[in-house]
Design a binder for this molecule. Structure first.
Ligand code: GTB
Length: 203
């Protein structure tokens, strides 16, 4: 029976093999099954014809006679079950191979996908800092005298200190330094540090 999978007609990676059709192609190649590929556009994946195959409007899909599958985990598992070469015969070894499939999809891949999102997250942080920097301007504090608003804002910005991101916003770096220089901040900082050092707070 002819196997047909779907893939993007134009993948954002320009052919580096990072789109998920590659793992399905790979599984089919491993077991020596011929297959056809129907290339689809970003527009087409949300059209009714494709949604009938994939309720979430994604690639790849897998068709084999009356059987239509989506989700690469399920597709590769199906291929591995039906054809020799990807799952051991021994029941325990087979269970372990399946465990590694789940580990790849549920434990390792989500963390790697977070990494891909990192540049977007950084852009969002920089947008916020740019807006905050413009608002603070050359003032010492956000709205006249020091307030709980500054206490909270400095506390939040302190998380960025080790990243170096604040260096791009000298007025914000100075704002944070002003907060840290306040005697009350120093007392609070020393008190929390004493929990870990066992030394009594100095202030
Ligand atoms: N859990 C599903 C599975 O394993 O099958 C996930 C499928 C999926 O994310 N498909 C993506 C998709 O169709 C294409 S592969 N996205 C469209 C949408 O969700 O609207 C993901 C992908 C695409 C391109 C690159 N790249 O260029 O680097 C990497 C990964």
């Amino acid at each position: 029976m002819t196997i047909t999978i779907t893939a993007f007609e134009r993948s954002p990676d320009g052919g580096k093999g990072l789109a998920r059709d590659t793992r399905v192609r790979w599984a089919l190649e491993e077991v020596g099954q011929p297959y056809e590929v129907r290339l689809v556009s970003f527009h087409a994946i949300n059209e009714p014809a494709h949604l009938a195959l994939h309720p979430f409007g994604q690639i790849p899909t897998y068709e084999e006679g009356d059987l239509a599958l989506f989700e690469t985990g399920s597709i590769v598992f199906h291929i591995a079950e039906r054809h020799a070469g990807l799952l051991p015969d021994d029941a325990d070894a087979r269970a372990r191979a399946i465990t590694w499939m789940f580990a790849a999809l549920n434990t390792v891949e989500p963390a790697i996908l977070e990494l891909a999102r990192l540049p977007l997250v950084e852009d969002r942080v920089r947008d916020r800092l740019k807006q905050l920097s413009a608002r603070l301007g050359s003032a010492d504090w956000l709205d006249g005298g020091f307030s709980a608003g500054d206490l909270m804002m400095v506390s939040v910005l302190l998380r960025l200190k080790s990243s170096g991101i604040l260096d791009g916003y000298p007025n914000l770096a100075a704002y944070v330094a002003r907060g840290e220089a306040r005697p009350a901040y120093k007392r609070a900082f020393d008190a929390q540090l004493a929990v870990y050092t066992g030394e009594p707070p100095t202030g």
